[in-house]
Design a binder for this molecule. Structure first.
Ligand code: PSU
Ligand code: MN
Length: 307
């Protein structure tokens, strides 16, 4: 393993892929440590990597460790992270502290975008992004993921945003920040467990090549912002909208009653939802991430044909 500069440390597989100019796909780790229960988190992380390899790209799962961004993790490294309940969640604010203290941390969408950019990786696959929380007009709870999308030019493939958030306000903020929100083979912005949030995407794309062309334009102008690709959950995996809405309502009530704030809000809501749907939400979560992995790898392959 080689140290690149002072900040990025590649795995052997990723190092080789960079040297060979092969397409890479970044993956976050907060979903592993704070988004899914063990052992589903490890199984999903490894299956997502496999899907990316099968589609002709190289996965780079990213975390913070020993004063570096670890870009590309071995199976034992992923297993250790997934089984360690004391790993902290790192977003933009936390990175300098955690790197300086040489702590182990998982990276959110925002932190993974920063690492991907430093590591020269153009495409990043996740499940759902953070956004504007319901009630944010009072709490001001707006995920740092949104600002990052406005300032870091990485293509982020997701299944939309969970309805634990205020999706309308999330889309307003993304518009203000100049982030294209592309519906992948749909005109609609997806809502994670369901294919339609009730809001339109800002534009529609139908092929990986189209995403690549838009990303090149964005770069040529030096706009600096990322691109959000909303890839809806496969039809046969979609959950019943009313059932999931009821569970979300209950989860939000529990969070309010428990006085949950700050970086704990999203993990709290995700685990409450898991419990309230008796694992149904988890199965959907796995299916949509696997789907995102396939589409993200195809976009990475399309983008690597011109660089
Ligand atoms: N939304 C999900 N699943 C997740 C997350 C969000 O449906 O796992 C994680 C991602 O890592 C995201 C982070 O970047 O939560 C957002 O946290 P916050 O709202 O504290 O910015
Ligand atoms: Mn928050």
């Amino acid at each position: 393993m080689t140290v690149h500069g002072h900040l990025v440390r590649y795995s052997e597989e990723v190092e080789q892929a960079v040297a060979d100019g092969r397409p890479l796909v970044a993956l976050e780790t907060t979903i592993i440590t704070h988004g899914m229960p063990h052992p589903h988190n490890v199984q999903t992380a490894l299956s997502v990597e496999r899907i990316i390899r099968d589609a002709g790209a190289v996965p780079a799962t990213i975390c913070v460790d020993d004063g570096h961004f670890q870009v590309g993790m071995t199976v034992p490294q992923i297993e250790a992270l997934a089984a360690n309940p004391s790993v902290v969640k790192a977003s933009r604010r936390d990175l300098s502290v955690l790197l300086a203290k040489r702590m182990t941390a998982s990276t959110t969408v925002a932190a993974t975008m920063i690492a991907a950019k430093l590591a020269g990786i153009a495409v990043f696959v996740t499940g759902g992004i953070g956004g504007v929380h319901r009630g944010a007009t009072m709490t001001m709870d707006v995920s740092a993921d949104l600002q990052e999308l406005g300032r870091t030019d990485v293509v982020v493939v997701c299944a939309g945003a969970k309805a634990i958030l205020d999706i309308g306000l999330t889309l307003e903020v993304l518009e203000t920040l100049g982030v294209p929100v592309l519906g992948y083979q749909t005109d609609r912005f997806p809502a994670f467990y369901t294919r339609d949030s009730g809001y339109a995407a800002s534009d529609r794309v139908d092929t990986p090549q189209q995403v690549a062309e838009i990303a090149w334009m964005q770069r040529e102008m030096g706009l600096g912002a990322g691109i959000l690709v909303g890839n809806p959950i496969p039809m046969d995996a979609e959950l019943d909208a009313l059932g999931i809405d009821a569970a979300i309502g209950q989860a939000l009530q529990e969070a309010a009653a428990g006085g949950v704030t700050g970086k704990d809000v999203t993990p709290f809501l995700l685990s409450a939802l898991e419990r309230l749907t008796h694992g149904e939400s988890l199965r959907a979560n796995v299916r949509l991430i696997e789907h995102n992995a396939k589409v993200g790898a195809e976009i990475a392959v399309a983008m690597s044909s011109r660089s």
